[in-house]
Design a protein around this ligand. Structure first.
Ligand code: PEP
Ligand code: MN
Length: 339
């Protein structure tokens, strides 16, 4: 249920409602809106009608059921789009198209620092790079682990770019959250519920990738796992789904952007690298993503893709990335946004 507070309701009214929700055995989640607050009361669906009695409380406008199975993520609970802050300087979900860029994996100090400098120069505002890599084969490069996190932190110190990096199991969430500005949940872990709950408690924003065989509803249920633990800083990432098509690594579901925008208030970003698997197609999908209304992009860039330890074929060289950014800026401007 959603308890919609009156526009002029004060803190005391809100506190009283929160207290009553708890007494009835539900978990309150306050969502601050521009004109009024709403409070989500989450818990057992079967007895939820008892919450209707809150309508008589001071400061309450009305109590309405949330029809979707995802509650906190639903646009029913919050109509205005959410903005998610990353580091001190970046807001995902505003008028700026947020570019995150960097290598698939952190390989060594020179590679990550040089790449960070080059993507920043071209206009990226968040650095990406995997320190823990969830590889399909146990024999493939698994990442530099904590050493990789330290190198990302060094790149941040030198460039000022906050960074997003993947966390692959609940045990390493605290470690990754100590270093990173944003935690990434990869496609292969998008329904690892223990991991989702743990990142829900970590206090850092989360970039949640869509699983390769996940429906939009399942995707939003995974976001709900994170949010129900108290973390409202979730950004959704469409990174391609598996279909019968083999000409691209995955099939980019660009329609997911407008669909998600009607169903949720959370920001949505596109990953053109993992969805196509081929650097030739990355720029076109970036332009299309901006036209579709994506709030940002996450793009793999490597100074020497031929020798990359992972995902070389889909990584752009810095020069190509820079040229793409120049054209992308025009698409963003055409839509009244910045890059
Ligand atoms: C990645 O970002 O390098 C990655 C492994 O992505 P995904 O989980 O989308 O495959
Ligand atoms: Mn990759």
């Amino acid at each position: 249920m959603i308890i919609v507070m009156k526009a002029g309701a004060g803190k005391k009214d809100r506190d009283d409602v929160v207290k009553r929700i708890k007494e009835l055995g539900y978990k309150p989640h306050i969502i601050h809106g521009t004109t009024r607050d709403v409070i989500g009361a989450i818990g057992d669906e079967r007895g939820k009608l008892v919450l209707q009695s809150l309508e008589n409380m001071h400061g309450v406008e009305n109590v309405v059921p949330i029809l979707q199975p995802y509650k906190l993520a639903s646009s029913e609970v919050k109509r205005e789009p959410s903005r998610v802050r990353v580091g001190d300087s970046v807001l995902i979900g505003g008028s700026q198209v947020v570019m995150m860029a960097g290598p698939c994996a952190v390989e060594n100090e020179t590679q990550i620092i040089e790449t960070a400098k080059m993507v920043k120069e071209a206009g990226a505002v968040i650095l990406r790079g995997g320190a823990f890599k969830p590889r399909t084969s146990p024999y493939s490069f698994q990442g530099l682990e904590e050493e990789g996190l330290k190198l990302l932190a060094k790149a941040r110190e030198l460039t000022g770019l906050p960074f997003v990096t993947e966390v692959i199991n609940p045990e390493s969430v605290d470690l990754v959250a100590d270093y990173a500005d944003m935690l990434q949940i990869g496609a292969r872990n998008s329904q690892n519920f223990a991991l989702l709950k743990k990142v829900g408690q970590c206090g850092k924003p989360v970039l949640l990738k869509r699983g390769m065989a996940m429906t939009i509803q399942e995707f939003l249920m995974s976001a709900e796992y994170i949010m129900s633990e108290g973390n409202q800083g979730v950004v959704l990432c469409e990174r391609g789904i598996r279909t019968f098509e083999t000409a691209t690594r995955n099939t980019l579901d660009l329609a997911a952007v407008p669909v998600l925008k009607t169903k949720t208030h959370l920001p949505v970003v596109i990953d053109p690298s993992h969805s196509t698997g081929n650097y030739h197609y990355v720029a076109a999908m970036c332009y299309a993503a901006v036209a579709a209304g994506a709030d940002g992009l996450i793009v793999e860039v490597h100074p020497d893709p031929e020798h990359a330890s992972s995902d070389g074929p889909q990584s752009l060289k810095p020069k190509k990335f820079e040229a793409m950014m120049q054209k992308l800026r025009l698409f963003a401007e055409a839509d009244g946004r910045t890059l």
